[in-house]
Design a binder for this molecule. Structure first.
Ligand SMILES: *Cc1c(COP(=O)(O)O)cnc(C)c1O
Length: 451
C-alpha cells in the first residue's frame, strides 16, 4: 500500500492500441439505419462526411486497433495524464473509501475531447480532406477539433450552441487562436438552422440542431468532412486511452476499482474510462460502472431505448440508443456538454444489458460537489465533470454508511477555467434546479420514428 498522491506513467507507457468493446460485448449493437430508406446503413452512406478509416473503426469487431504513430506523437504533448488519489476529498467526507480520479483536464484544450480530435483530424487529412465542420456545446469539443485541425493545416468551422456562445465567450477566443470560424447555432447559414429559427427565433439552440447544421454543410461539399465529439463508436474507441492508462496506473498501486464513475453526455469520457475495465466484467469481474447525467437532461434514467436520429433535422443515421427524442430541448443548464438528447449506442446497449448503472443529479448539488472538490483537491472542475464528482461522493458516502472499503475511480473529464460565469451564477444564487418536465418529455418521445 502506497501513500503516493499521484501516479504518472512515462511516455513509453502511452497505449499503442485502442480497445474496441464491440469485440467483447455479449449482445452486439443493432445496426444503424439510413435516415432516408430506414435500411441498415452501408459504409458508402457515410463516405460523404467521414473518411474510410473512421468508418471502418465504426463497425470494426477487432478487439485492439493500432494507434497511428503520428497520433501518439501528438498524445505525447499531454499524455499520459495523471491518476490522482483524492486524499483531501476522502478526508472531508470521512469515508473509508479510496477515491482516485483520472485528470483529463491536463490536455491542451482542457478536456478529454482532444483524445479523439487528433485521430479524427489525422485520418481526414490522410484522406485528402481540407475542411472540417462540427458542432460544439460547451465549447470543449470545438476547442479540441480547432486545435487538431490546425495541427494538420485544415480549415475548421464550428457551429456553437447559442446558449454557450453567449455564456462562454473565451471558448470562442480559444477556437479563434487555432484559426476556426465560430458560428452561433441555430444560424441562418443552413436549411436546418433557418427552419428552427422560423419556428423559434429565440431558440437557445441545442447539440441536436448544431449537428444538423454541421452535417448539412459537410454533406454538401466534397472538400469538407464532419467530425463529431462524442456518441459514435470510433469516438469512444479513441477515448479508451483514458481507461487503459488508468488500469496501468492502478496496477502500479496494486489497486482495482469497485466502481467507476463518469459524467454522461454522449457517453465518451465515461465509456473511455469504463470500457477497458468492463472487459474484465465480461470475464467474471465485478466492477460497477455508473454514468451520471443532469436531471434536466436525463437520457439514461428517463429516456427510452429506441431507434432515433442523432439530430433535430433528421440528417444523421438512426441508432438504437437511450433517447429523450430528437426534438428534446433541454433547458439552458451550465453543463452544456451534457445537454444532448441521445446516448452512445455502445453505452446504451450495455446499460440495457445491465452492465452500466445510471444516476441523475440536480445543478445545485453538482455545484456543491464541485466546490468541495475544488477546496479539498485544489482543482476547479468543469460543470460536466462535477457530475462525476457528485457521483463519486455519493458512492463514498454509501461506503461510509456501510463501513466498507470501496475503491472508486472517476473521470475528471475537464477543468472549469472557462466556466467562471457558471460559478459566478452559482454564487449569486441564480442557478435553479431544472427538472425535466414530464410533459415536455412525453411530447418529444412522441416524435420517435416508427421503426
Ligand atoms: C463534452 C464533455 C463531457 C460530455 O461528453 P461525453 O461524450 O459524455 O464525455 C463531459 N465533460 C467534459 C469536460 C466535456 O467536455
Amino acid at each position: 500500500m502506497t501513500m503516493e498522491k499521484k501516479v504518472t506513467l512515462s511516455e513509453a507507457e502511452i497505449p499503442r492500441q485502442w480497445y474496441n468493446i464491440q469485440a467483447d460485448m455479449p449482445n452486439k449493437l443493432a445496426p444503424a439505419l439510413h435516415p432516408g430508406t430506414m435500411q441498415p446503413l452501408k459504409a458508402e452512406d457515410l463516405a460523404p462526411i467521414f473518411p474510410m478509416e473512421l468508418i471502418k473503426q465504426e463497425v470494426s469487431q477487432e478487439r485492439w486497433i493500432d494507434i497511428p504513430e503520428e497520433v501518439v506523437e501528438k498524445y505525447r504533448i499531454w499524455r499520459p495524464t495523471p491518476l490522482v488519489r483524492a486524499y483531501g476529498l476522502e478526508k472531508a467526507l470521512g469515508t473509508p473509501a479510496k477515491i482516485y480520479y483520472k485528470n483529463e483536464g491536463t490536455s491542451p484544450a482542457g478536456s478529454h475531447k482532444v483524445n479523439t480530435a487528433i485521430p479524427q483530424a489525422y485520418y481526414n487529412k490522410q484522406a485528402g480532406i481540407t475542411r472540417l465542420t462540427t458542432e460544439t456545446g460547451a465549447g470543449q469539443w470545438g476547442s479540441s477539433i480547432s486545435l487538431a485541425a490546425s495541427f494538420y493545416d485544415m480549415e475548421c468551422k464550428v457551429y456553437m450552441v447559442k446558449v454557450s456562445y453567449h455564456q462562454k465567450p473565451y471558448r470562442r477566443s480559444f477556437m479563434k487562436i487555432f484559426g476556426a470560424d465560430v458560428i452561433p447555432s441555430p444560424s441562418n447559414l443552413t436549411e436546418a438552422g433557418r427552419s428552427l429559427l422560423a419556428k423559434d427565433p429565440d431558440s437557445h439552440g441545442s447539440l441536436g440542431v448544431a449537428i444538423s447544421e454541421a452535417v448539412e454543410e459537410a454533406a454538401g461539399r466534397a472538400d469538407t468532412n464532419y467530425a463529431l465529439g462524442s456518441v459514435l463508436n470510433h469516438v469512444i474507441l479513441h477515448q479508451t486511452v483514458i481507461g487503459l492508462e488508468a488500469k496501468k496506473q492502478l496496477e502500479k498501486l496494486d489497486a482495482y476499482p469497485d466502481v467507476i464513475v463518469g459524467a454522461c453526455g454522449g457517453g465518451s469520457n465515461f465509456a473511455g474510462i469504463a470500457f477497458p475495465f468492463l472487459k474484465d466484467r465480461f470475464n467474471g469481474g465485478k466492477v460497477r460502472a455508473v454514468g451520471v447525467e443532469p436531471t434536466a437532461c436525463p437520457t439514461l434514467t428517463k429516456g427510452t431505448f429506441a431507434y432515433d436520429y442523432g439530430d433535430l433535422g433528421k440528417l444523421t443515421p438512426l441508432t438504437k440508443m437511450y433517447t429523450l427524442g430528437h426534438n428534446f430541448m433541454p433547458s439552458g443548464i451550465h453543463a452544456g456538454g451534457l445537454r444532448y438528447h441521445g446516448e452512445s449506442a455502445l453505452v446504451s446497449q450495455l446499460y440495457h444489458d445491465g452492465f452500466i448503472e445510471g444516476r441523475a443529479y440536480n445543478q445545485q448539488e453538482v455545484f456543491e460537489a464541485a466546490l468541495l472538490f475544488a477546496r479539498t483537491e485544489g482543482l476547479v472542475p468543469a460543470p460536466e465533470s462535477a457530475h462525476a464528482i457528485q457521483g463519486a461522493i455519493v458512492e463514498a458516502l454509501a461506503a461510509k454508511e456501510a463501513g466498507e472499503a470501496r475503491t472508486i475511480l472517476f473521470c475528471l473529464s475537464g477543468h472549469g477555467h472557462f466556466d467562471m460565469g457558471a460559478y459566478d451564477r452559482y454564487f449569486a444564487g441564480d442557478l435553479q434546479d431544472v427538472p425535466c418536465g414530464a410533459q415536455d418529455l412525453a411530447a418529444s418521445l412522441e416524435s420517435l420514428p416508427n421503426v
